[in-house]
Design a binder for this molecule. Structure first.
Ligand code: SAM
Ligand code: GLN
Length: 292
Protein backbone atom coordinates (compact mmCIF):
# COMPACT_ATOMS: atom_id res chain seq x y z
CA UNK A 1 0.00 0.00 0.00
CA UNK A 2 1.35 3.37 -0.99
CA UNK A 3 -1.33 5.61 0.55
CA UNK A 4 -1.11 6.59 4.20
CA UNK A 5 -4.10 7.12 6.49
CA UNK A 6 -4.80 10.55 5.05
CA UNK A 7 -4.73 9.06 1.52
CA UNK A 8 -1.95 11.35 0.54
CA UNK A 9 1.81 11.24 0.36
CA UNK A 10 4.57 13.39 -0.89
CA UNK A 11 6.17 12.45 -4.19
CA UNK A 12 9.59 11.62 -2.84
CA UNK A 13 8.24 9.24 -0.25
CA UNK A 14 5.89 7.72 -2.82
CA UNK A 15 8.72 7.00 -5.24
CA UNK A 16 10.89 5.57 -2.49
CA UNK A 17 8.21 3.14 -1.36
CA UNK A 18 7.33 2.11 -4.93
CA UNK A 19 10.99 1.60 -5.88
CA UNK A 20 11.44 -0.60 -2.81
CA UNK A 21 8.44 -2.71 -3.78
CA UNK A 22 9.64 -3.05 -7.37
CA UNK A 23 13.10 -4.02 -6.18
CA UNK A 24 11.60 -6.61 -3.87
CA UNK A 25 9.72 -8.06 -6.85
CA UNK A 26 12.98 -8.38 -8.82
CA UNK A 27 12.16 -5.67 -11.38
CA UNK A 28 15.33 -4.39 -13.08
CA UNK A 29 16.17 -0.70 -12.51
CA UNK A 30 13.36 -0.24 -9.98
CA UNK A 31 14.07 3.44 -9.27
CA UNK A 32 13.90 4.37 -12.95
CA UNK A 33 10.50 2.69 -13.34
CA UNK A 34 9.15 4.27 -10.15
CA UNK A 35 10.32 7.73 -11.18
CA UNK A 36 9.26 7.60 -14.81
CA UNK A 37 5.76 6.35 -13.97
CA UNK A 38 5.23 9.09 -11.41
CA UNK A 39 6.70 11.85 -13.55
CA UNK A 40 4.43 10.85 -16.44
CA UNK A 41 1.43 10.67 -14.13
CA UNK A 42 2.13 14.17 -12.80
CA UNK A 43 3.22 15.57 -16.17
CA UNK A 44 6.57 16.80 -14.87
CA UNK A 45 10.12 16.00 -15.99
CA UNK A 46 11.82 13.17 -14.12
CA UNK A 47 14.53 15.55 -12.90
CA UNK A 48 11.85 17.84 -11.44
CA UNK A 49 10.14 15.12 -9.38
CA UNK A 50 12.23 15.89 -6.31
CA UNK A 51 11.06 19.51 -6.45
CA UNK A 52 7.38 18.58 -6.14
CA UNK A 53 6.02 19.68 -2.80
CA UNK A 54 2.30 19.07 -3.34
CA UNK A 55 0.64 16.04 -1.83
CA UNK A 56 -0.61 13.46 -4.30
CA UNK A 57 -4.38 13.19 -4.54
CA UNK A 58 -6.18 9.98 -3.72
CA UNK A 59 -6.87 9.44 -7.46
CA UNK A 60 -3.26 9.97 -8.38
CA UNK A 61 -2.16 7.53 -5.73
CA UNK A 62 -4.62 4.90 -6.82
CA UNK A 63 -3.50 5.19 -10.48
CA UNK A 64 0.13 5.04 -9.41
CA UNK A 65 -0.57 1.98 -7.30
CA UNK A 66 -2.21 0.30 -10.26
CA UNK A 67 0.73 1.16 -12.52
CA UNK A 68 3.40 0.00 -10.09
CA UNK A 69 1.64 -3.30 -9.52
CA UNK A 70 1.51 -3.83 -13.30
CA UNK A 71 5.22 -3.04 -13.42
CA UNK A 72 5.81 -5.55 -10.62
CA UNK A 73 4.26 -8.15 -12.95
CA UNK A 74 6.95 -7.07 -15.49
CA UNK A 75 4.72 -5.11 -17.85
CA UNK A 76 7.04 -2.56 -19.50
CA UNK A 77 6.66 1.10 -18.49
CA UNK A 78 5.83 2.05 -22.11
CA UNK A 79 3.01 -0.52 -22.30
CA UNK A 80 1.55 0.79 -19.05
CA UNK A 81 1.65 4.35 -20.37
CA UNK A 82 0.61 3.40 -23.94
CA UNK A 83 3.41 5.44 -25.48
CA UNK A 84 7.18 5.60 -25.81
CA UNK A 85 9.64 8.42 -26.30
CA UNK A 86 11.91 8.04 -29.34
CA UNK A 87 14.22 10.87 -30.42
CA UNK A 88 11.88 13.93 -30.64
CA UNK A 89 8.73 11.84 -30.76
CA UNK A 90 6.13 10.55 -28.35
CA UNK A 91 4.88 7.43 -30.14
CA UNK A 92 1.60 5.65 -29.45
CA UNK A 93 1.84 1.88 -29.15
CA UNK A 94 -0.46 -1.09 -29.55
CA UNK A 95 -0.14 -4.80 -28.85
CA UNK A 96 1.08 -5.24 -32.43
CA UNK A 97 3.89 -2.68 -32.25
CA UNK A 98 7.31 -3.27 -30.76
CA UNK A 99 8.34 -0.79 -28.08
CA UNK A 100 10.93 1.27 -29.98
CA UNK A 101 14.40 0.88 -28.45
CA UNK A 102 17.08 3.47 -27.72
CA UNK A 103 19.43 1.32 -29.89
CA UNK A 104 17.28 2.14 -32.88
CA UNK A 105 17.84 5.86 -32.28
CA UNK A 106 21.46 5.20 -33.32
CA UNK A 107 20.21 3.50 -36.48
CA UNK A 108 18.25 6.65 -37.32
CA UNK A 109 21.44 8.63 -36.66
CA UNK A 110 23.26 6.47 -39.22
CA UNK A 111 20.46 7.04 -41.74
CA UNK A 112 20.57 10.82 -41.25
CA UNK A 113 24.35 10.83 -41.72
CA UNK A 114 24.07 8.89 -44.98
CA UNK A 115 21.28 11.18 -46.21
CA UNK A 116 23.39 14.24 -45.40
CA UNK A 117 26.41 12.74 -47.16
CA UNK A 118 24.28 12.28 -50.27
CA UNK A 119 22.90 15.82 -49.99
CA UNK A 120 19.47 16.97 -51.12
CA UNK A 121 16.19 15.14 -51.27
CA UNK A 122 16.05 11.35 -51.26
CA UNK A 123 13.44 8.59 -51.29
CA UNK A 124 13.63 6.55 -48.09
CA UNK A 125 11.88 3.27 -47.33
CA UNK A 126 11.47 1.89 -43.77
CA UNK A 127 10.69 -1.82 -43.98
CA UNK A 128 8.77 -3.20 -40.97
CA UNK A 129 7.98 0.20 -39.49
CA UNK A 130 6.09 -0.92 -36.35
CA UNK A 131 5.11 2.22 -34.45
CA UNK A 132 6.71 4.26 -37.25
CA UNK A 133 9.72 5.14 -35.09
CA UNK A 134 12.30 5.22 -37.91
CA UNK A 135 10.07 6.50 -40.73
CA UNK A 136 8.46 9.30 -38.71
CA UNK A 137 11.83 10.40 -37.27
CA UNK A 138 13.41 10.59 -40.73
CA UNK A 139 10.42 12.49 -42.14
CA UNK A 140 10.53 14.90 -39.21
CA UNK A 141 14.28 15.41 -39.11
CA UNK A 142 14.89 15.51 -42.88
CA UNK A 143 11.71 17.09 -44.28
CA UNK A 144 13.03 17.22 -47.86
CA UNK A 145 13.02 13.42 -48.07
CA UNK A 146 10.08 11.38 -49.34
CA UNK A 147 9.47 8.68 -46.79
CA UNK A 148 7.70 5.36 -47.40
CA UNK A 149 7.03 2.68 -44.80
CA UNK A 150 5.64 -0.85 -44.81
CA UNK A 151 4.58 -3.45 -42.32
CA UNK A 152 2.91 -6.83 -42.56
CA UNK A 153 0.70 -5.84 -39.60
CA UNK A 154 -2.15 -3.55 -40.62
CA UNK A 155 -2.76 -2.74 -36.95
CA UNK A 156 0.84 -1.57 -36.58
CA UNK A 157 0.51 0.51 -39.76
CA UNK A 158 -2.59 2.22 -38.38
CA UNK A 159 -0.64 3.15 -35.23
CA UNK A 160 2.30 4.38 -37.33
CA UNK A 161 -0.10 6.45 -39.45
CA UNK A 162 -1.48 8.13 -36.32
CA UNK A 163 2.04 8.76 -35.07
CA UNK A 164 2.98 10.44 -38.36
CA UNK A 165 -0.15 12.57 -38.18
CA UNK A 166 0.58 13.52 -34.60
CA UNK A 167 4.11 14.58 -35.58
CA UNK A 168 2.69 16.55 -38.51
CA UNK A 169 4.75 14.70 -41.15
CA UNK A 170 3.93 12.95 -44.41
CA UNK A 171 4.84 9.28 -44.70
CA UNK A 172 3.31 6.94 -47.31
CA UNK A 173 2.34 3.68 -45.65
CA UNK A 174 1.87 0.41 -47.54
CA UNK A 175 0.74 -2.88 -46.00
CA UNK A 176 2.45 -6.03 -47.18
CA UNK A 177 4.98 -8.81 -46.80
CA UNK A 178 8.39 -7.11 -47.21
CA UNK A 179 8.67 -5.80 -50.81
CA UNK A 180 5.54 -7.41 -52.24
CA UNK A 181 3.87 -4.96 -54.62
CA UNK A 182 6.41 -2.22 -53.89
CA UNK A 183 8.10 -2.36 -57.31
CA UNK A 184 4.79 -1.20 -58.82
CA UNK A 185 4.12 1.37 -56.07
CA UNK A 186 7.62 2.87 -56.22
CA UNK A 187 8.49 2.61 -59.92
CA UNK A 188 11.27 5.23 -59.66
CA UNK A 189 12.98 3.26 -56.89
CA UNK A 190 14.41 4.55 -53.63
CA UNK A 191 17.76 5.97 -52.50
CA UNK A 192 17.91 4.57 -49.01
CA UNK A 193 16.43 1.44 -47.47
CA UNK A 194 16.36 1.14 -43.69
CA UNK A 195 15.05 -1.74 -41.63
CA UNK A 196 15.04 -3.05 -38.10
CA UNK A 197 13.76 -6.52 -38.98
CA UNK A 198 12.92 -9.31 -36.52
CA UNK A 199 16.34 -10.77 -35.66
CA UNK A 200 16.02 -12.95 -32.57
CA UNK A 201 16.74 -16.66 -33.11
CA UNK A 202 13.45 -18.56 -32.75
CA UNK A 203 14.99 -20.79 -30.08
CA UNK A 204 16.06 -17.74 -28.02
CA UNK A 205 12.60 -16.15 -27.83
CA UNK A 206 11.64 -17.93 -24.64
CA UNK A 207 14.85 -16.80 -22.92
CA UNK A 208 14.17 -13.09 -23.48
CA UNK A 209 13.36 -10.90 -20.46
CA UNK A 210 9.64 -11.03 -19.58
CA UNK A 211 9.19 -7.39 -20.70
CA UNK A 212 10.09 -8.46 -24.26
CA UNK A 213 8.96 -12.10 -24.32
CA UNK A 214 5.51 -11.48 -22.86
CA UNK A 215 4.76 -8.04 -24.29
CA UNK A 216 6.42 -7.42 -27.65
CA UNK A 217 4.65 -9.03 -30.62
CA UNK A 218 6.43 -12.31 -31.59
CA UNK A 219 6.14 -11.33 -35.27
CA UNK A 220 8.35 -8.32 -34.52
CA UNK A 221 11.09 -10.45 -32.94
CA UNK A 222 11.30 -13.87 -34.59
CA UNK A 223 14.15 -13.93 -37.09
CA UNK A 224 13.95 -17.69 -37.78
CA UNK A 225 16.27 -20.53 -36.69
CA UNK A 226 19.52 -18.53 -36.98
CA UNK A 227 18.00 -15.04 -36.56
CA UNK A 228 19.14 -14.04 -40.06
CA UNK A 229 16.10 -15.07 -42.12
CA UNK A 230 14.85 -11.53 -42.73
CA UNK A 231 18.31 -10.26 -43.76
CA UNK A 232 18.56 -12.97 -46.43
CA UNK A 233 15.13 -12.09 -47.82
CA UNK A 234 15.68 -8.32 -47.62
CA UNK A 235 19.07 -8.48 -49.37
CA UNK A 236 17.73 -10.80 -52.09
CA UNK A 237 14.60 -8.73 -52.78
CA UNK A 238 15.83 -5.15 -52.18
CA UNK A 239 17.49 -4.66 -55.60
CA UNK A 240 13.97 -4.60 -57.10
CA UNK A 241 13.34 -1.19 -55.47
CA UNK A 242 16.87 0.25 -55.17
CA UNK A 243 18.20 2.93 -57.50
CA UNK A 244 21.77 2.64 -58.73
CA UNK A 245 24.01 3.82 -55.85
CA UNK A 246 21.27 3.41 -53.24
CA UNK A 247 22.28 2.61 -49.68
CA UNK A 248 20.96 0.14 -47.14
CA UNK A 249 21.04 0.57 -43.35
CA UNK A 250 20.12 -2.56 -41.37
CA UNK A 251 19.79 -2.76 -37.61
CA UNK A 252 21.42 -5.93 -36.30
CA UNK A 253 21.34 -7.81 -33.02
CA UNK A 254 24.44 -8.47 -30.92
CA UNK A 255 27.20 -10.24 -32.88
CA UNK A 256 25.21 -10.33 -36.11
CA UNK A 257 27.09 -7.53 -37.87
CA UNK A 258 29.73 -9.65 -39.59
CA UNK A 259 27.26 -12.28 -40.75
CA UNK A 260 24.92 -9.63 -42.18
CA UNK A 261 27.80 -7.82 -43.86
CA UNK A 262 28.83 -11.11 -45.46
CA UNK A 263 25.26 -11.82 -46.60
CA UNK A 264 25.28 -8.35 -48.18
CA UNK A 265 28.57 -9.00 -49.96
CA UNK A 266 27.29 -12.29 -51.33
CA UNK A 267 24.11 -10.60 -52.55
CA UNK A 268 26.20 -8.12 -54.56
CA UNK A 269 26.26 -5.15 -52.14
CA UNK A 270 29.34 -3.08 -51.33
CA UNK A 271 30.03 -2.94 -47.57
CA UNK A 272 30.27 0.63 -46.23
CA UNK A 273 30.83 -0.14 -42.55
CA UNK A 274 29.20 -0.76 -39.20
CA UNK A 275 27.93 1.83 -36.77
CA UNK A 276 27.81 1.23 -33.02
CA UNK A 277 24.97 2.22 -30.69
CA UNK A 278 25.51 4.35 -27.58
CA UNK A 279 26.67 1.30 -25.63
CA UNK A 280 29.38 0.67 -28.26
CA UNK A 281 27.68 -2.46 -29.65
CA UNK A 282 27.78 -2.75 -33.47
CA UNK A 283 24.17 -1.89 -34.33
CA UNK A 284 23.79 -0.76 -37.94
CA UNK A 285 25.27 -2.44 -41.02
CA UNK A 286 25.70 -0.07 -43.96
CA UNK A 287 25.78 -1.30 -47.55
CA UNK A 288 25.64 0.27 -51.01
CA UNK A 289 23.99 -1.08 -54.13
CA UNK A 290 26.25 -0.60 -57.11
CA UNK A 291 25.55 -2.60 -60.20
CA UNK A 292 28.24 -0.95 -62.33
N1 SAM B 1 10.80 -0.34 -37.05
C1 SAM B 1 10.21 -0.53 -35.73
C2 SAM B 1 11.22 -0.15 -34.68
O1 SAM B 1 12.42 -0.11 -35.00
O2 SAM B 1 10.82 0.07 -33.52
C3 SAM B 1 9.70 -1.97 -35.55
C4 SAM B 1 10.76 -3.01 -35.73
S1 SAM B 1 10.23 -4.66 -35.28
C5 SAM B 1 11.77 -5.35 -34.74
C6 SAM B 1 9.99 -5.48 -36.85
C7 SAM B 1 8.74 -5.09 -37.60
O3 SAM B 1 8.68 -5.84 -38.82
C8 SAM B 1 7.43 -5.34 -36.87
O4 SAM B 1 6.64 -4.18 -36.87
C9 SAM B 1 6.76 -6.47 -37.68
O5 SAM B 1 5.34 -6.37 -37.72
C10 SAM B 1 7.34 -6.24 -39.07
N2 SAM B 1 7.36 -7.43 -39.90
C11 SAM B 1 7.52 -8.73 -39.52
N3 SAM B 1 7.47 -9.53 -40.61
C12 SAM B 1 7.28 -8.74 -41.68
C13 SAM B 1 7.14 -8.98 -43.09
N4 SAM B 1 7.19 -10.22 -43.57
N5 SAM B 1 6.94 -7.93 -43.91
C14 SAM B 1 6.88 -6.66 -43.40
N6 SAM B 1 7.02 -6.38 -42.09
C15 SAM B 1 7.21 -7.39 -41.25
N1 GLN C 1 15.98 -5.26 -29.94
C1 GLN C 1 14.93 -6.25 -29.69
C2 GLN C 1 15.24 -6.95 -28.40
O1 GLN C 1 15.37 -6.28 -27.44
C3 GLN C 1 14.79 -7.16 -30.87
C4 GLN C 1 14.16 -6.43 -31.99
C5 GLN C 1 14.36 -7.13 -33.29
O2 GLN C 1 14.23 -8.33 -33.41
N2 GLN C 1 14.67 -6.34 -34.26
O3 GLN C 1 15.35 -8.17 -28.31
Amino acid sequence: MLADAAGARRTRETVRVAAGELEGAGVPEPLASAEVLLSELLGVGRADLALQTKLLTRDQLSTYENWTSRRKAREPVQRILGYAYFRNLKLKLSQETLVPRPDTESVVEAVLERLDARGGAAGVLDLGTGSGAIAVSVAQERPRCSVYATDVSEVALEVARRNAEEAGVDVCFYPGDLFSGLEQLLPGGIDLLVSNPPYVKSGDLRHLPPEVRDWDPPAALDGGPDGLGFYRRILAEAPGVLREGAEVVLEVGESQDEAVMELGRRAGFVPLGVRPDLAGTPRAVLLAWRTA
